[in-house]
Design a protein. Sequence first.
Length: 285
Amino acid sequence: MTAAPRTVGVVGGGRMGAGIAQSFATAGSDVVVVESGREAAEAALERVAGGLRRAAERGRLDEPVERVLERVTVTASVDDLPAGADLVVEAVPEDAALKARMLAAAEKAVGDRAVLATNTSSLSVTELASALSRPERFLGMHFFNPVPASALVEVVVTGQTAEDTVRAALEWTHALGKRDVVVKDSPGFASSRLGVALGLEAIRMVEEGVAEPEAIDTAMTLGYKHPMGPLRLTDLVGLDVRLAIAEYLHVTLGERFAPPRLLREKVARGELGRKTGQGFYTWRE
């Protein structure tokens, strides 16, 4: 049986970062979550605790919530990452400059043997590696939302990533009970590139009055056996996140990824999906 890393740092404690922290803590790792400021750090800890409570309610947790939560600590400074960390996962917003700064700071805080990973869903892992002194110890580990329930991690490899770095990432992925797909670094990788293409076309269909969101989603779930339709998935991912990825793919891959007008309008109105209560669907907790 594969073993989880002993110590993991997670830079960013939002929905994705908290889910990553929860998954590693559940697998037995000691986890340090970094957020910007004490208040944000405490909110990140509560996200992890909330996720653990939901897992326990659904019978998906083998230990008491409190025991797992003892393995999670939060801090407001990247400098507080443990020097002996096996793995640091960066999970800050999709801003290349911010990610590069956080990764460079994390690299200085931990030892030479640590593996650094970015959770970016579309940005160039190769370009992010240029901010690091040890690019051979760096790759992409693209987790999916919600992290604890998702079965997949997309492992993104650059031309500089060492083979033992990839082996370690695959072992840790399996220790979480997840499956991996290994892809070479390219815009959008495999998952975002295909997923966004489908989502954008579905948005264009709504924009053109072809069908209502629920009808489009039902066509894909019943007709093509997708577990979730592209518009409901867009609401879960966040319309702002989808727009940012589409804009990046538009620049790097061409006109076929041009964001639809309807997507821009919804984001401008603050209709970002489940997190704001309104996207292509109305969400009530």
